[in-house]
Every structure is written in structure tokens, then in C-alpha cells.
Design a protein around this ligand. Structure first.
Ligand SMILES: C[S@@+](CC[C@H](N)C(=O)[O-])C[C@H]1O[C@@H](n2cnc3c(N)ncnc32)[C@H](O)[C@@H]1O
Length: 354
């Protein structure tokens, strides 16, 4: 069971190592963290605030459902609420920290302009497009429509500093090895060296001369000594997956280079390959583990501190825990805290600051 404590956090290292769940308004939580040594300490913030949707959201329990939270804001009040929180969250972000803000068309453009002001436009990284959940396109039943069905949400990614660099984000993707033409129609005369007796008059070879000649030699060696014993892929694996190969087949005009098999691809900002929503806890706006696995797994370090100040059913916290990150969560809704406590089980402290 999670212990219910009235923690008097002091900025001690041991306190910073605990996972913390706050049940209160997140502005109080953020201010509390600022006063207790968390300034510049959080490496990744994901928030999924109300979207300015004008709807009420429920928590389903068995066959019953009770109110989880209301998203019934006037636009000006909503933007005021978001501004206060985003400006204060910025102070909590570490030097290399990032924030991901999940929204949809109702507010994303206003919040983008607001975040440019708070974080600086130079710290804007991407707007990420994610697929909406199960909502069906119901427009087949109508003869005329006001607008098209909305099928995506947006996530705004900002960093604290423009200097921070990230490893290219990867997704699992299997592709077989293949040979591709070594000629390219980009016109660089310095890349038109002679290879297999061919000297180009236009275009260029894909790689610089030294690299290409080494790859020709690699393939020649494979053909001479190893091709009767193993495939090229097996040879490439047995030599440490580093060698490159270039070959020329009779009857084919240009040389070809070998593209090794791939297990991953670098992703761009359109994330249609994963789910953004899930329905496992009965909490109305629950986000999918896949989404948080991608954000936390790709954009925070292994021992980093992750926070979600609108944590709802606790998806961010559960995934942070699974991936070995420390976490801080907050929600003002009793339904959200009940679901989160059940989901997380143990290994955290509940902070009561009132
Ligand atoms: C869209 S839901 C978050 C869903 C969450 N990402 C999940 O996976 O379940 C937004 C949450 O923000 C909470 N919330 C709204 N205003 C808040 C505030 N001022 N302080 C704390 N929580 C707030 C709501 O109670 C709600 O649970």
C-alpha cells in the first residue's frame, strides 16, 4: 500500500529520489515543488490538460460512472489557467529538460503562441500528430456536414534550452537487406571518380571515393573467400555489422551498394503507428501506454525525473515507473487519484500539502 504522509519535504537528496503523488490543484503542487528544491530538477514533463472541449468526463466503475472532471472553461479563463501553470513548470525543468503538452484543435494554436512566449520560439521542437482514439467517423449518416471529422490530437514539444540535443527517436521496424543503384543524379563533379572502369559524365556516385573503394574491396573479399560458406548478411553479421559493400553485376549499367537489414527506423513527427488513447482503467481521457513509452523512452534519460501535473489515471507515472524513471504526479480529481493509486500500487508517497 502507498503510505499516506504529510511530507515536509526538504531539499535533501533522499527526498528527490521518491516518487510523489499530489492530490491538489497543480499550481499549488508546482509552487510547493519550487519551494522545496525541485527547481531545474525535472527532466521531462508530459501534460494532458483539459482541451477546452466543453465536455464533462467520467470514470466508469463496473456498470456505473461518476464525474471525473469538467472541461467547461471560457476560453480567456482557460488560457489564463494554462499560462500560470506553464510559466511555473518552466522553472522546474532541468537544463536539458523538455515539456510535451497534449492538446487538440480547440486550444493548440493559442497554447502554441503562449508557449513561444514562455519558452521562446527557439525552444519549440515539434508539433507531434497523434491518432485520436476509437471515435468513429459518424458522418456517413448525414447528407451534409459542417466540417470534417477530426482524427488527430497535437502534442507540442518544447525544451528548456535550444542547445540540448537528442538521439534520433527510433521505432521498431524490420526491413530486409537490399542492393540499390550507386549512381545519384545530384551533380557533384568531385564525386565522379572511376569505379569498375566507369567514369561518369553527369550525376555522381553516392559515397566519397575512399569509402566506395573500401566497400568494393569488402565485397571482392567476400565473393572470393566466404560466399561459398555464408550469405552476405551472415558475413556482415560475423564481421561486426560494420562492413559496407559495393558490387557491379554484368549487364547492369552502374555499380550497386548494399543496404543492411534494419530493425528500427527513425520516426518523424506523425505518429500514426501507435495508439494515443486507451480504455483500460475506465478513466474517460486515459492515454495509451504506447504513447507515453515513446515520449518517456525516447526523450528522457534512464535515471531522469518525469512529471505529469494533470496525471488523470496515471498513465505517465505508470510508464515512468516501468522505464525506471522517478516520477511526480498531480491531479485535483478524487476519481483520478483513486485510479492512479490502484494502478501504481506501491512505491510512492502521497503528498498532502493542504
Ligand atoms: C485529460 S485528463 C488526463 C488524462 C491522463 N493523461 C491519463 O492518461 O489518464 C486531465 C486531468 O487534469 C486534471 N486537472 C484539471 N485541472 C487540474 C488542476 N488545476 N490541477 C490538477 N489537476 C487538474 C483533471 O482532473 C483530469 O484528470
Amino acid at each position: 500500500m502507498a503510505q499516506r504522509t504529510r511530507l515536509a519535504l526538504k531539499p535533501h537528496d533522499s527526498d528527490l529520489k521518491k516518487n510523489l503523488l499530489f492530490h491538489c490543484d497543480n499550481l499549488d503542487c508546482i509552487n510547493y515543488l519550487q519551494k522545496h528544491g525541485f527547481e531545474s530538477k525535472i527532466d521531462l514533463v508530459y501534460i494532458d490538460p483539459p482541451f477546452l472541449s466543453g465536455e464533462r468526463y467520467f470514470r466508469r466503475v463496473d456498470n456505473d460512472s461518476n464525474l471525473a472532471f469538467e472541461d467547461l472553461w471560457k476560453q480567456s479563463k482557460y488560457l489564463e489557467m494554462m499560462h500560470k501553470r506553464l510559466a511555473e513548470i518552466r522553472k522546474l525543468l532541468s537544463k536539458d529538460g523538455s515539456i510535451f503538452v497534449h492538446l487538440d484543435w480547440h486550444a493548440v494554436h493559442y497554447v502554441k503562441v503562449m508557449m513561444d512566449r514562455i519558452f521562446g520560439p527557439e525552444n519549440f521542437r515539434n508539433e507531434i500528430i497523434v491518432k485520436r482514439g476509437r471515435r468513429k467517423n459518424l458522418q456517413y449518416q448525414f447528407e451534409s456536414i459542417d466540417r470534417m471529422h477530426t482524427a488527430y490530437d497535437s502534442i507540442l514539444w518544447y525544451s528548456k534550452s535550444a542547445e540540448t540535443k537528442f538521439a534520433p527517436p527510433l521505432a521498431k521496424h524490420h526491413s530486409k537487406a537490399k542492393w540499390m543503384g550507386f549512381w545519384s543524379n545530384v551533380n557533384r563533379p568531385t564525386m565522379r571518380y572511376e569505379i569498375f572502369g566507369v567514369r561518369l559524365v553527369r550525376g555522381q556516385w553516392k559515397w566519397a571515393k575512399e569509402r566506395a573503394l573500401k566497400a568494393v574491396e569488402n565485397y571482392r573479399l567476400y565473393e572470393q573467400k566466404f560466399s561459398s560458406m555464408m550469405t552476405l548478411e551472415e558475413y556482415w553479421e560475423s564481421t561486426g555489422k560494420k562492413l559496407e559493400f559495393v558490387r557491379k553485376r554484368p549487364g547492369v549499367k552502374y555499380a550497386e551498394y548494399w543496404i543492411p537489414p534494419k530493425t528500427h527506423r527513425i520516426i518523424d513527427n506523425v505518429w500514426l503507428d501507435i495508439q494515443a488513447y486507451n480504455y483500460s482503467t475506465g478513466y474517460g481521457t486515459e492515454k495509451h501506454a504506447q504513447l507515453l513509452e515513446r515520449i518517456i523512452g525516447q526523450f528522457s534519460k534512464e535515471d531522469g525525473l518525469v512529471a505529469d501535473f494533470f496525471c488523470g489515471s496515471g498513465t505517465t507515472l505508470a510508464i515512468a515507473q516501468k522505464l525506471g524513471r522517478r516520477w511526480i504526479g498531480c491531479d485535483s480529481s478524487p476519481a483520478a487519484i483513486a485510479v492512479t493509486k490502484k494502478r501504481l500500487g506501491s512505491g510512492f508517497s502521497i503528498v498532502n500539502i493542504n
